[in-house]
Design a protein. Structure first.
Length: 472
């Protein structure tokens, strides 16, 4: 039996899974819809490891990837775990060959086991492996976030996050705790880490977080970086290294550090503030630096000294990252940002006016979109609120607005107006006489019987309990 080329390509996809023991022949037969004996025949190598050739015109079918197959095989011989995206990128940049990325992936599924067999690497050894890399002192640091949950919920802080930076050469750690993962907090933690280490590494490794990468792209394409991340890295003179998606092995040093800090600093302890958590980490760092690391076999502190000396010096002025947003001014002269309200001067704005918010980790400034007569745009500056639902108001911003002082509100606690024993004379005015209860009470009111009104209107008097005899 000769398989159709499409069926052969489909069956070839399962060869690696079968050789690694992840799927059996029965499972592959169920997935492909082929007979189990046919699957066993092709997977056992009883047929050539190439798809059946079509010969409609007497010529074998050629694939574009076959023309660069020797180049790909040479790349795999130098690094068997080379990713398809890297092969695709190098073929385009170094050789000017543009091939569909999926074609390269399909070829690598067939070529990688073959090259591994040539190199004496079994399929079981190939599965799940990744390449370990080492760096020189000061060359690299890795960054990651940790989610510490509701560790401070009892004091009104709903969520706490841990920021981690680890020097790759020595595994010297840094950690600080925040209540937000926004742009300003992210790079403020970087500045604190640089101060902690006493310098800046040449490269920092990140995953595809939105504070570094503007959007996700296809494999092989250039990753668009966030403008503030580019400006920050340029100011501190380090390179940004963004990992491919779903590749946590690229920053395993810092990911391991997240778990170590969680176990040695946070576990079994109660904290009442972010400052206490940061102090606990600072007290634990000397203990960590005194240990011998299991991988490089040296005392972390001794190796960290070589790491720190090789770091680049800090610039004389820090770079403050600010988030920028446009918001409308409310009728109460308050601007909403990050679930909090901030006041602006009433004399400088109008309702529904657009203002620009520039927020750092500790401060929020509000600016007009059009410079004033003095060329300034700053309207107000406030400390940044912690949490949600806060109102940060400068009372001077409401100067000139109605206060409502002209309205009178009476409650049960207000004493009654004083009564006058004598009536007011006509010189006091009619309004004053009506408002004076004593004068109103002294006015004599005339009394008349109801029959007078009946005679004036010409109606019969209405009486009750009258008998028919009386009415006749």
């Amino acid at each position: 039996m000769v398989l159709d080329p499409h069926r052969w390509l489909e069956l070839r996809r399962f060869r690696g899974l079968y050789e690694s023991g992840s799927m059996s022949q029965r499972q592959i037969a169920k997935e492909t819809g082929l007979n189990r004996r046919t699957v066993a025949k092709y997977l056992s190598g009883q047929v050539p490891a190439a798809p059946p050739e079509r010969e409609p015109s007497g010529q074998p079918r050629k694939r574009m990837v076959d023309e660069v197959a020797p180049l790909i095989d040479a790349m795999l011989r130098s690094e068997i775990l080379l990713k398809g995206a890297v092969v695709h990128e190098r073929l385009a940049s170094e050789y000017g060959v543009i091939i569909n990325y999926q074609r390269i992936k399909l070829y690598l599924q067939e070529a990688r086991p073959r090259i591994a067999e040539e190199l004496g690497i079994s399929p079981s050894e190939l599965a799940g492996l990744h390449r370990r890399f080492e760096v020189v002192p000061g060359a690299q640091a890795q960054v990651d976030w940790g989610d510490e949950g509701k560790i401070l919920a009892h004091v009104g802080i709903p969520k706490v996050y841990s920021f981690h930076m680890t020097l790759s050469y020595s595994r010297d750690p840094f950690c600080c705790f925040t209540t937000s993962q926004d742009l300003a907090s992210f790079f403020d933690c970087h500045r604190r880490a640089f101060t902690h280490f006493g310098g800046v590494p040449m490269t920092i490794v990140y995953d595809r977080t939105k504070t570094v990468v503007r959007r996700h792209v296809a494999p092989g394409e250039a990753v668009p970086l966030h403008p503030e991340a580019v400006a920050f890295s340029g100011h501190y003179d380090f390179d940004i290294d963004v990992l491919a998606a779903y590749r946590p092995q690229g920053k395993g040093r810092v990911e391991r550090q997240v778990l170590i800090v969680r176990d040695h600093v946070l576990a079994g302890r109660a904290f009442s503030s972010i400052e206490e958590m940061n102090s606990a980490f600072a007290a634990w760092v000397p203990l960590r630096r005194a240990k011998v690391h299991g991988t490089h076999g040296e005392i972390i502190g001794h190796r960290a000294m070589r790491d720190h000396v090789a770091l680049r010096t800090l610039p004389p002025t820090p770079y403050v990252v600010a988030q920028r947003y446009l918001r409308h001014v409310g009728k109460d002269c308050l601007v909403a940002f990050d679930a909090n309200l901030y006041s602006v001067p009433a004399r400088k704005v109008r309702p529904r006016q657009l203002v620009e918010i520039r927020a750092t980790k500790s401060q929020v400034t509000l600016h007009s979109t059009v410079p004033g007569a003095d060329g300034e745009t700053l309207l107000a500056a406030h400390p940044r609120a912690v949490g949600r639902g806060a109102r940060i108001v400068d009372e001077r911003h409401w100067n000139g607005l109605p206060t409502g002082a002209g309205r009178r509100v009476t409650t049960g606690d207000v004493p009654p107006l004083p009564r006058h024993d004598r009536p007011l004379g006509p010189e006091a005015g009619p309004l004053r006489a009506l408002l004076n209860r004593a004068a109103a009470a002294s006015i004599e009111v005339g009394r008349r019987p109801l029959s007078v009104y009946d005679e004036l209107t010409g109606t019969r008097p209405f009486t009750t309990n009258s008998s028919p005899k009386e009415s006749s």
